[in-house]
Design a protein around this ligand. Structure first.
Ligand SMILES: Nc1ncnc2c1ncn2[C@@H]1O[C@H](COP(=O)(O)OP(=O)(O)O)[C@@H](O)[C@H]1O
Ligand SMILES: Nc1ccn([C@H]2C[C@H](O)[C@@H](COP(=O)(O)OP(=O)(O)O)O2)c(=O)n1
Length: 239
């Protein structure tokens, strides 16, 4: 596989609805780099927990399920897929049942250890094969890739984030009101920021980017600027 135009790791963190997934995917596609959605991995383990009939707060059994689950996360920005025990669960992991249960599951230290190890292996492989990867989540700059060449922490007003999510849910056929989505966004923000293990917070050396006044192309352009300023964009010679 040929090398793309990104050298190294771009870490994108931030709360729900700030545009991490969409911006990371577009940035990676533009730079012909790899893309890793770590939230999808926590969601897939959460789906496995629900399918096993285990309570998301039953830490011991959650860890057993996480250990037994066969999780595959692909890193192609144009076809990022999540497979659980061989089955594509991309749609199901975005549903309300998983969204409701994902915070307690992702607060379990052993679950995080397993997934962080898996994520680091995907990153190492991407660096070897494509030269660069954009990784998004909550703890990429702080825990998963603390030596990332660029760390960006995305923020946006809760109201703006709830509006974006509501539009997205409606478009994918899930009924949602802005108020209900706002309550969910705030509940998860509080939970993810206050958990003991790897809480959501910006790395000390992260650049903060407030996306409230920006549209998606605007966010991607700002990220591309940062990539170029750091000298991480190389123009491939001969493809
Ligand atoms: N800057 C933006 N302005 C308007 N809508 C946006 C912006 N960034 C993302 N969106 C939309 O908001 C929704 C949530 O974005 P997503 O990338 O999934 O956020 P995150 O990964 O941070 O939760 C998506 O429907 C996306 O298209
Ligand atoms: N690196 C990560 C990524 C996600 N998580 C947790 C916290 C989030 O509430 C869930 C779901 O993440 P995801 O990015 O898919 O969620 P949103 O797209 O923001 O709704 O997983 C995490 O703890 N660490």
């Amino acid at each position: 596989m040929g090398h793309g135009e990104l050298r190294g790791v771009v870490a994108l963190d931030g709360p729900s609805g700030t545009g991490k997934s969409s911006a990371a995917r577009r940035l990676a596609a533009t730079l012909r780099a790899r893309y890793l959605d770590t939230g999808a991995m926590y969601r897939a383990i959460t789906l496995a927990v629900l399918r096993a009939g285990v309570e998301p707060t039953d830490t011991e059994r959650v860890v057993e399920v996480a250990r037994a689950a066969k999780l595959t996360q692909t890193s192609d920005p144009d076809a990022s897929r999540t497979l659980l025990d061989g089955q594509d669960v991309g749609a199901e992991i975005r549903g309300p049942e998983v969204t409701l249960a994902v915070s307690p599951v992702s607060a379990v230290a052993e679950v995080r250890e397993l997934l962080v190890e898996h994520q680091r292996a995907i990153i190492a492989d991407a660096l070897a094969t494509a030269g660069g990867i954009v990784v998004e989540g909550r703890d990429i700059g702080t825990v998963v890739a603390p030596r990332a060449e660029l760390k960006v922490y995305l923020t946006a007003d809760a109201q703006a984030r709830a509006q974006r999510r509501t539009k997205q849910d409606t478009a994918s056929g899930r009924a949602a009101t802005v108020d209900a989505v706002l309550a969910d966004v705030q509940r998860r923000d509080a939970y993810d920021s206050s958990r003991r293990v790897s809480p959501l917070r910006p790395a000390e050396d992260a650049v903060e980017l407030d996306t409230t006044p920006l549209d998606l192309p605007g966010v991607v352009a700002a990220l591309l600027d940062l990539v170029e300023q750091r000298g991480l964009r190389v123009v491939a010679v001969g493809g």
